[in-house]
Design a protein around this ligand. Structure first.
Ligand code: WT7
Length: 663
């Protein structure tokens, strides 16, 4: 049982606040008094507030119960449990009826100059056609379908088609390796995988189908394969893959199958608490967790937050740069905007291809009004110089937003002045895969504080708490009281795993450190558990360490994050080579790097690998990550008490090696 105490009496003064006034006048939420009134009401009459908000969707049977969760008894998350609806109907059909000619998707492929507009009517036809193909392949309500697909319209059709039939999609980020894909398949247990021949990103071509077959072979070898069929979308290569035959998996081509099947215009009646999708993320335990989101609660929450946080208006052109394989792509690239009938830019490529003006060109060419991106992308664009921005007009922009990590004040200023021309407010949105949607953001509060996520969304009650008996050096963590409709229902196949995030007193632990200033605004300070945030990607040190230790010449490893100018955090690997193995250091480092790329993918490529002969350990032999974290951050003054270690003398050697490495 977790005991927590509140530390609310201490309001920490934040000295570095520089305030900027913005000129936008648009949303009732910008008025602090009306925000406060609505917010208080949302907490006081939480159930009534949320029931009222369900009208943002069309229900087959509107719910009469809001929150049926009681964490003191169980961790089952139940929102709107007697409500019935279909998420695809809400994202597609109702807009195809009301605004058939409105653009739903503006697709910008990796190669510039190939913009495609897809209206809500066309989206409807495509999704119904896709549903027909899935139905022909035997997909039914409750089935899991894995999607290993890039950020392309077909992925959206596939996601929404699953939803239409009541099937649960599990999208695996297309940048993951075959091994990472294999473990996610094992956890989700799909019978069908949808993929495509190749992905084009940043001018480079990546083979996805090849990874799928590698993953399937790996699972077959380990006798835990559930997959029977592979569906290929997009262009397929002429030379038919013989892999499928050799492993007895049936391969289908979307193009040919769609000619033989009828579209499905019906949609499944789903309970609000039926799973909508599974999405894997990293927790501190080191095993990827398949987070399960609900149909009703999730959709209400993402629709509502998308509307208010971005102040969505009828004619907005909304551009979210996130990859569809992450939660931002799901919540604010697909479900939020489509539930609201918005026009969304879908971008397959990278910010710097063909050059660093790509985002700005997309914004100018499509008259984007709302732009949602990540601090790491902004930092890398800024580092390439202002020339790329200076040639752009960017006058269509109205609202800017960021997510993934705290945005540092100097990047914030650049974003505000160079991109927003000093008149667009910046929504620094704090949330997580588990939260479904934005929990804390400045709303339209004035003045803005660079780097401050500021205020809770309606119905969200944040608290800064710390664990009783926890490490006194640990920073205070950000907890959320009670539940909210966007909160994940649990972890696929392992509800107990989710339980660890909840205290018996009904508090959800985010794992992030935070402070609250004298205005009551929240500043998120980064992870306090063993999770790294590299370019906005959450990775657990345990997962990375496993990949390092899988090298036969490594006996022990420890992976920590350190401050990195572009990525936010870089990956620092400490490895102890085995005594009896003679291998050249460069070869070993290269081998470790390749292992990580193979087990997880190129996004996890380490920035520094240091071979050491010993690591600081407790007397019982546990590596003390906290000390290594301080060393790689060059915070040598604050290593804390090292006298209780079993081997304190190794610290000096490690410090020397780290300093030498940086020369
Ligand atoms: C972790 C969640 C939410 C979608 C993208 C990442 C960090 C995210 C912020 C922000 C400070 C942030 C936190 C959080 N984070 N947004 N605005 N300010 N930190 O989703 O992979 O589940 O990662 O990202 O550490 O816990 P995720």
């Amino acid at each position: 049982m977790l005991n927590i105490i509140r530390k609310s009496s201490i309001l920490l003064p934040i000295t570095l606040i520089s305030c900027v006034m913005t000129k936008n006048n648009f949303n009732p939420l910008k008025n602090p008094a009306s925000y406060q009134k609505e917010y208080n009401e949302s907490l006081e009459n939480n159930n009534a507030f949320w029931l009222k908000q369900t009208s943002i969707l069309d229900w087959i049977q509107p719910p009469t119960i809001a929150n049926g969760s009681d964490f003191s008894k169980s961790t089952d998350v139940k929102w709107f449990e007697d409500g019935k609806l279909n998420a695809c109907y809400n994202c597609v059909d109702r807009h195809a009826q009301k605004t058939p000619h409105k653009t739903a998707i503006i697709f910008e492929a990796d190669q510039p100059g190939k913009t495609i507009h897809i209206t809500y009517r066309e989206l409807y036809e495509k999704v119904c056609q896709f549903s027909g193909v899935l139905k022909a392949l035997g997909v039914k309500k409750g089935d899991v379908v894995t999607l290993y697909l890039p950020t392309i319209p077909e992925t959206i059709y596939a996601m929404l088609a699953c939803t239409r039939l009541g099937a649960i999609h599990s999208v695996v980020f297309a940048g993951f390796s075959a091994t990472a894909l294999a473990s996610r398949i094992v956890q989700a247990k799909p019978r069908l995988i949808i993929t495509t021949e190749t992905n084009s990103r940043g001018g480079k071509t990546f083979s996805l189908k090849k990874n799928v077959y590698e993953a399937l072979k790996e699972n077959l070898l380990n006798k835990n394969n559930t997959v029977e069929k592979v569906l290929l979308v997009g262009q397929s290569l002429e030379n038919k893959n013989t892999d499928s035959v050799s492993i007895n998996i049936k391969e289908f081509n979307f193009e040919s199958l769609s000619k033989l099947t009828q579209p499905v215009y019906d949609y499944a009646e789903m309970c609000a608490t039926d799973p909508l999708f599974i999405l894997h993320t990293s927790g501190s335990a080191g095993i990827p967790r398949g987070i399960v989101h609900s149909t009703g609660g999730y959709l209400v929450y993402v629709a509502l937050t998308h509307k208010f946080v971005f102040d969505l208006q009828e004619n907005d052109v909304y551009f979210c740069t996130a990859d569809i394989g992450w939660i931002t792509g799901h919540s604010y690239g697909v479900y939020g905007p489509f539930a609201n009938g918005a026009t969304t830019v879908l971008f397959q490529g990278t910010p710097t291809y063909p050059d660093a003006s790509r985002f700005w060109k997309i914004i100018d060419e499509n008259k984007v009004t709302i732009f949602y991106t990540a601090p790491t992308a902004l930092r890398s664009l800024r580092s390439l110089g202002d020339d790329f921005v200076n040639h752009a007009s960017l006058e269509s922009l109205r609202i800017l937003a960021s997510v993934g990590e705290a945005i540092d004040p100097s990047t914030w200023q650049w974003f505000f002045e160079k991109i927003g021309k000093s008149h667009c407010p910046i929504m620094d949105t704090w949330w997580q895969t588990e939260s479904g949607g934005v929990l804390i953001c400045p709303l339209l509060k004035q003045p803005q504080k660079p780097g401050c996520a500021a205020k809770p969304f309606f119905g969200i009650e944040p608290r800064i708490l710390h664990e009783v008996g926890g490490n006194p050096e640990e920073k205070e963590a950000l907890w959320i009281k009670q539940s909210w409709p966007g909160l994940a229902m649990g972890v696929w196949g392992d509800q107990q795993c989710f339980k660890q995030s909840y205290s018996s007193e009904n508090f959800y632990n985010s794992g992030d450190g935070a402070k609250i200033d004298e205005d009551g605004d929240i500043w998120v300070l980064g992870r306090i558990d063993d999770v790294l945030n590299v370019s906005g990607h959450r990775m657990s040190s345990a997962e990375l360490e496993r990949a390092v230790i899988s090298h036969p010449a490594v006996s022990e490893a420890c992976v920590v994050g350190y401050p990195h100018d572009i990525k936010g955090q870089g990956i620092f690997v400490f490895a102890i080579p085995r005594n009896n193995v003679s291998i050249q250091s460069e070869h070993l480092c290269e081998g470790i790097k390749q292992n990580i790329r193979k087990e997880i993918g190129p996004i996890a490529t380490p920035d520094v690998i240091l071979l050491v002969s010993d690591l600081p350990k407790t007397r019982s032999g546990k590596i003390v990550r906290r000390i290594l974290r301080k060393i790689v951050s060059k915070d040598f003054e604050n290593l804390g008490d090292t006298t209780t270690l079993g081997n304190p003398s190794c610290i000096e050697t490690i410090i020397m090696q780290v300093l030498n490495k940086n020369k």
